[in-house]
Ligand binder design. Sequence first.
Ligand SMILES: *[C@@H]1O[C@H](CO)[C@@H](O)[C@H](O)[C@H]1NC(C)=O
Ligand SMILES: *[C@@H]1O[C@H](CO)[C@@H](O)[C@H](O)[C@H]1NC(C)=O
Length: 366
Amino acid sequence: MPMACSFISCMVLGTLWTLGNIVLQLEARAFFVFGDSLVDSGNNNYLATTARADSPPYGIDYPTHRPTGRFSNGLNIPDIISEQIGAEPVLPYLSPELRGQRLLNGANFASAGIGILNDTGVQFLNIIRMFRQLDYFQQYQQRARALIGADQTKRLVNGALVLITVGGNDFVNNYYLVPYSARSRQFALPDYVKYLISEYKKLLTRLYNLGARRVLVTGTGPLGCVPAELAMRSSNGGCSAELQRAASLYNPQLVQMLKELNKKIGSTVFIAVNTEEMQRNFITDPQAFGFTTSKVACCGQGPYNGLGLCTIASNLCPNRNLYAFWDAFHPSEKASRIIVDQIFSGSTKFMNPMNLSTIMAMDAMS
Ligand SMILES: *[C@@H]1O[C@H](CO)[C@@H](O)[C@H](O)[C@H]1NC(C)=O
Ligand SMILES: *[C@@H]1O[C@H](CO)[C@@H](O)[C@H](O)[C@H]1NC(C)=O
């Protein structure tokens, strides 16, 4: 603000300055996140569930060095995307701090333990299932309308970047949770995958109908290679063939379904993120990415530190940057950074039909 001004002109300038700030903040792109523990930033802290990451050593490398509910030693994938686009990390939707101006940055609706299907993660009791995350997105928009009106809210939502990460739990916390699970008796694996894809299509259609126009949709990682599966299903240290088969059936059909949705809509709303391929690289050659291991989790116990939960009583590695996996299921911050780098600048092998740098450049021009 200029220093030299009369009392009145200072007030006018001050008002313009404030208005300018509000307009600027509306111009910044909002970010909405949906899905499971890979992207939950703390919603489950507010729920009566066993799927939580709100005690040490979770958060040990977070700026505050305290647990936040993120399933990471530090930042998670949504945080790193926010960091890269120069925005504040988006708050969990259930956080009481998510109000006023902060509401306009977006919101994170993700909840650890959930899947595409309602019966996924039933053992975690009270979690925010996908249909409820979308209900909350609708409720969010009502709250935003009360603040900035209907037109601005529509602009904010249509202009937002959206990330959705769900599907892994429909295998590990449903179909393969126990031998002879209800879903595995109901469906052969290929039919189960088809069913998941058709249910996911309904959820994504609703997300589109609620105004989402740029949506990053991640596939599942290499499910059979996480430390938990190495500990439970592998005899020789190799990835679990059955879970790898699940991922290799599911991911290409997801890409195909997104293509069909885009074609029907007539524009590139959904962008497929090939996390299986991204992680395959550092799982097959961890040293090339600066990791000493991609098999052993930093925090945990049992073979590969893959059994049970990561708690204060678990083994804990001294240097988290040397581990691809933080706990039995979730990548370390370092691994998440590699994934986000590929989201931004990966080739079409990783990002279909285009990477996030290209999207940001296109959207900035329109
Ligand atoms: C999940 O549950 C909600 C609420 O009961 C219901 O509206 C929705 O259709 C269910 N979804 C599936 C895939 O069954
Ligand atoms: C991805 O992003 C980079 C910029 O970081 C760009 O040079 C490259 O061409 C993009 N690749 C594809 C396939 O879109």
